[in-house]
Design a protein around this ligand. Structure first.
Ligand code: S3P
Length: 169
């Protein structure tokens, strides 16, 4: 049994690394946002716009539980906010191994600048506001991310070492 939850801020490559790990480790991969979109039949932007963030967080928690409880082993890419609501971080640690993918605020900023229209929390921000938003949100969320059992610095990931760390976590 191996339940691995990848957490970290938006733009830290959770989905990218999750897919790679799943291939290398031969485990199924789940992208939590994608699963929410599939079960709601709406995009994340639509869910935020029509139902608000509170409803999104409820859906997120429900989907997290459904996947975690119906599969023996997997790699899951969580959303950036997943560990910060309800008791999701505690729940994930009880179910398996939580891995924080940490990336510098500057790298996150450069990546998110290119894709902010697809993200409900970012789409209305100017470039300067985006920079401030990232700094503030990372500071607020760090206390959750830091609770992960494993921390990986994204800028120096070696995928084979990463796999080895997870097999021994
Ligand atoms: C969010 C991150 C997004 C998505 C939603 C909210 C957040 O996921 O769940 O837009 O609160 O940080 P990614 O981190 O996969 O982009």
């Amino acid at each position: 049994m191996m339940k691995i939850f990848l957490i970290g801020f938006m733009g830290t490559g959770k989905t990218h690394w999750g897919r790679l790990l799943s291939r290398k480790m031969g485990l199924p991969f789940f992208d939590l946002d994608e699963q929410i979109v599939n079960s709601a039949g709406k995009s994340i932007n639509e869910i935020f716009a029509e139902k608000g963030e509170e409803q999104f967080r409820l859906l997120e928690k429900e989907t997290l539980h459904i996947i975690a409880e119906s599969h023996e082993s997997f790699i899951m890419a969580c959303g950036g906010g997943t560990p910060c609501f309800f008791n999701n971080i505690v729940y994930m640690k009880e179910m398996g191994t939580v891995v924080w993918i940490n990336t510098s605020a500057q790298t996150i900023f450069e990546r998110l600048l290119k894709e902010k229209d697809h993200r409900p929390l970012l789409r209305d921000l100017s470039d300067d506001q985006l920079k401030n938003f990232i700094a503030k949100k990372i500071a607020d969320r760090r206390i959750y991310y830091q609770q992960a059992q494993v921390t990986i610095e994204e800028e120096s990931i070696d995928i084979d070492k990463f796999v080895d760390t997870l097999f021994h976590a």
